[in-house]
Design a protein around this ligand. Structure first.
Ligand code: SAH
Length: 398
């Protein structure tokens, strides 16, 4: 067992149980720990701080498992964390068979993500520590869920920063079908777990899909929806199934929109109600404005414009622009749902950006609600970096 000795004063964040030790905080590694080894993190005087996993190639040199010296980090410990995480989501089973079962740091398993799509599990090992415990983690997940099919999607950028090569493919059971069908709040979606974004689906937008369905019902028959950055059509489908008359889904990916169209069929929606535009959102917004189209509900869910703190200024301009153009397409009395999944942009800054867009639009909007991911994307209070998705529900004043 190796000790990771911190520089004097660098123990403060660990005393507050923040789970990351940056390379710059480390004075020395006693012994020769290898990637993924469990190490004892101690302060400059040798006092115990945490158990963690060593990552020699990452700026995050240690990710902590536990702050309790009497805990043993072994397969039983991993199993217990998986069972805790799965139990935390149990209430979602009444609504959906698609759930993020484990969400990294939030569930005390830094770098491990596990999603369930009906009978299919999809996992990501994005750090050296969980990579080391992969068999124990998969065993525990299979036992906790009864799912025999496990697919790996460890192809996220985070894994590269850990010095780990990408890895994808079947881990247990059989090859997943091209489209795994899930049902969420009564709506059917196809999920391509091998090639889709993330692990195939934006599970983190479940609560907002429900909100869009409620808004569509509130607007009543005839509701028109514009879903910008639609991916496989989640918000459009939720709105149409709740009674909206028409939805326009815009995405630059033809593959995503092809899946969206198949999802419309899957839900028995009339073809005419489901309009898809393969286009950059900026171009589609311009074209729709030129066509004089207006919508009762406009959803703006762009990709992460700010991958890190360095990109915040540029991202802020991009968020403002997309919101400004989106606002002009909202009918009086209609709704705008504006999202950001940039962890580097906090909710206060995002609200300021959207307020700036509202001012420039010359239109009057009120903020009805702040939106966020559901309970399967929790955030550990000691790890604020875990929060990333934020949304604002605005209504245009009639
Ligand atoms: N709202 C979706 C998730 C959006 S992810 C859902 O709930 O499922 C972001 C999407 O934006 C991706 O599908 C990506 O293909 C698309 N995209 C990225 N840049 C774009 C652009 N400039 N114009 C249109 N679509 C874009």
């Amino acid at each position: 067992m190796s000790d990771i000795v911190l520089k004097p004063g660098k123990e403060k964040s660990l005393l507050r149980r923040h789970p990351w030790v940056y390379a710059t905080a480390v004075a020395q590694a006693v012994g020769r720990p290898l990637a993924g080894d469990t190490v004892r993190v101690v302060d400059s005087r040798g006092n115990f701080l945490a158990w963690g996993a060593f990552s020699p190639d990452s700026q995050i040199r240690v990710r902590c498992w536990s702050f309790h010296e009497d805990e043993r980090i072994d397969a039983a410990w991993m199993t217990a964390r998986v069972h805790d995480a799965v139990a935390r989501r149990a209430s979602l089973a009444a609504r959906t068979d698609a759930v993020r079962l484990v969400f990294g740091e939030a569930d005390a398993l830094p770098g491990f993500v596990a999603d369930r799509y009906a009978g299919q599990l999809v996992v990501q090992f994005l750090a050296a520590g969980v990579e080391r415990w992969r068999e124990a983690l998969i065993d525990a997940l299979a036992a906790a869920t009864g799912c025999a099919d496990v697919y790996e999607r460890s192809d996220a950028a985070a894994r590269e920063r850990e010095g780990l090569a990408p890895r994808t493919g079947v881990l247990r059971g059989t090859e997943p079908p091209a489209e795994v069908e899930i049902v969420e709040d009564g709506v059917r979606y196809g999920v391509d777990v091998a090639r889709g974004h993330k692990t195939g689906f934006y599970l983190d937008q479940r609560e907002s899909r429900r909100r869009v369905a409620e808004l569509a019902a509130r607007v009543g028959p005839g509701a028109a929806v514009l879903n910008c950055f639609s991916y496989t059509g989640g918000f459009s489908l939720a709105a149409l199934r709740a009674g909206a008359a028409h939805a326009v889904s815009v995405d630059s990916s033809a593959d995503a929109l092809a899946m969206a169209a198949r999802n419309a069929v899957r839900n028995g929606l009339p073809e005419a109600a489901f309009e898809c535009r393969v286009s950059k959102v900026a171009d589609a917004q311009k074209a729709l404005a030129a066509e004089g189209r207006m919508f009762d509900i406009v959803v703006l869910d762009p990709p992460k414009f700010a991958p890190s703190a360095h990109h915040v200024d540029k991202a802020a301009r991009a968020y403002k622009d997309v919101n400004l153009k989106g606002m002009k397409l909202v009918k009086p009395g209609g709704y705008l749902l504006a999202f950001s999944c940039s962890g580097a942009i906090g909710v206060d800054l995002f609200q300021k950006i959207v307020a700036g867009a509202a001012i420039d639009s010359g239109l009057e909007f009120v903020l009805l609600e702040r939106l966020a991911a559901g309970i399967d994307h929790p955030m550990r209070m000691t790890h604020p970096e875990g929060e990333y998705l934020k949304g604002l529900l605005l209504q245009r004043v009639a």
